[in-house]
Every structure is written in structure tokens, then in C-alpha cells.
Design a protein around this ligand. Structure first.
Ligand code: ADP
Ligand code: MG
Ligand code: MG
Length: 200
């Protein structure tokens, strides 16, 4: 993988988050404080501004760099959590990494998000996308990229009937039911962007 491919990955991630900022904010207006799209857009605009510098580094250092920027720029609950996700991916991936390294790295990253958020799947958060995607990645096999994208999309949809027990949405209790979790949606968008990038 060369710097141009890494830069395309950054542009794919940042592009989708920025393009869907209004949708993410809309979801957060329903069950949170209405800033998830703004938070994520702010973070990924900074990532995009640093794209060339970030992409000049090997993949692990680039991912860790994205994580640091997200921690500093996104804020809210999602900033430290997405920051932890990318930082841990960066720390876990070997310098010369291939597809076989993806599952162990995502496993470590998801575990770090759970520890940081004191949360797990089933609580109507980003983990309700990240955990099923990890399971699909570990399963491997035929047509994996397309399956990962489909899993991410369906998993975000599956947060609609859930009741939130973590984050601001949990303040709503039963009233959080019937809305998609904003962080689940942003996670699905990022997984779909990675898959599109992989298939380029
Ligand atoms: P805030 O809630 O501080 O305004 P954001 O709106 O940017 O932050 O992010 C909200 C999203 O963060 C939620 O939709 C949820 O997916 C995720 N989230 C919040 N708390 C947790 C947690 N403890 N563990 C995992 N994800 C969480
Ligand atoms: Mg919010
Ligand atoms: Mg907020």
C-alpha cells in the first residue's frame, strides 16, 4: 500500500462523514443533543486538512494520527471513543500489514472502546455496529468486503428498536426506542467507506 492509497482511505472516511453530517446531527437531535454530525465533521475536516502528512506515514502510524486528531477535535462522547478505536488499530497493526491482520487489530480496538465507554453491544451505541462487523471479519471467507458493508448497514438499522443504556440517549429511557443511534450510523458509514476503498 502506497501513500496515494492511504490518502484515498483518509478521503473516503472523511468524505462520507462530512457528506452525512446533517443526517448524523438529525439522528442525534432525536435522542441526544444534536451535535454528532457537527462533532464528527469538525474532526474529519481536520483529518482531511492533514491528509497528506498523515498518508506519508505507514498505515499504523497514520491510523494512530487520525485517532489523536479525533480525540482533540471531535469532543463529546464519540471523540474519545473513535479516537481510542483508531489509536488502538494503529498500535495493534504490524508495520507490514495485510488483510489477515485486520481482525486481531479490530478485536483489540473494539475491546479498547468497550473499556473506555464501559459499554458493550446491545446498549444502542456504535458498538452495536462495531461488534457485529468484527464478528463478520473474524468469520472471513467469500465475499467478505460486501458482507462487511451489509452487516454494518443492517446493524445500524437494528439499533432503531433498542433502548439506550449508555450515552446521552440513555437519559430518554424508553423514548430512545424507535430511532437509529447516531454513533451506530457513523460507524456503519465508516465501515462502508473502508469497504469501498478496499474494492477500488
Ligand atoms: P455526545 O453524546 O457527548 O453529544 P456525540 O453526539 O458526538 O457525543 O456521540 C454520541 C454517540 O456516541 C452515541 O450515538 C453512541 O453511539 C456513542 N456513545 C455514547 N456513549 C457511549 C459509550 N459509553 N460507549 C459506546 N458508545 C457511546
Ligand atoms: Mg451528541
Ligand atoms: Mg454533545
Amino acid at each position: 500500500m502506497d501513500a496515494a492509497a492511504r490518502a484515498r482511505l483518509i478521503r473516503a472516511l472523511a468524505g462520507t462523514v462530512i457528506a452525512h453530517a446533517d443526517e448524523l446531527t438529525g439522528l442525534d437531535q432525536a435522542i441526544g443533543d444534536g451535535d454528532h454530525g457537527l462533532n464528527m465533521k469538525r474532526g474529519f475536516e481536520t483529518v482531511l486538512a492533514e491528509a497528506d502528512t498523515l498518508a506519508a506515514q505507514p498505515l499504523p502510524a497514520m491510523l494512530a494520527g487520525i485517532g489523536k486528531t479525533l480525540v482533540m477535535r471531535v469532543g463529546g462522547a464519540s471523540g474519545p471513543l473513535y479516537g481510542t478505536l483508531f489509536l488502538t488499530l494503529g498500535k495493534t497493526l504490524p508495520e507490514e500489514s495485510g488483510m489477515a491482520d485486520a481482525a486481531p487489530a479490530l478485536e483489540a480496538a473494539v475491546a479498547a472502546v468497550k473499556a473506555r465507554g464501559k459499554s458493550d453491544a446491545g446498549q444502542k451505541t456504535m458498538l452495536d455496529v462495531l461488534v457485529p462487523v468484527l464478528e463478520e471479519l473474524k468469520a472471513g471467507g467469500e465475499g467478505l468486503p460486501a458482507r462487511l458493508a451489509a452487516t454494518a448497514h443492517a446493524a445500524a438499522e437494528a439499533t432503531v428498536p433498542m433502548r439506550a443504556v449508555r450515552g446521552r440517549a440513555s437519559f430518554l429511557g424508553e423514548r430512545s426506542v424507535g430511532h437509529m443511534d447516531p454513533g451506530a450510523r457513523s460507524s456503519a458509514l465508516m465501515v462502508e467507506a473502508v469497504v469501498t476503498w478496499l474494492e477500488e
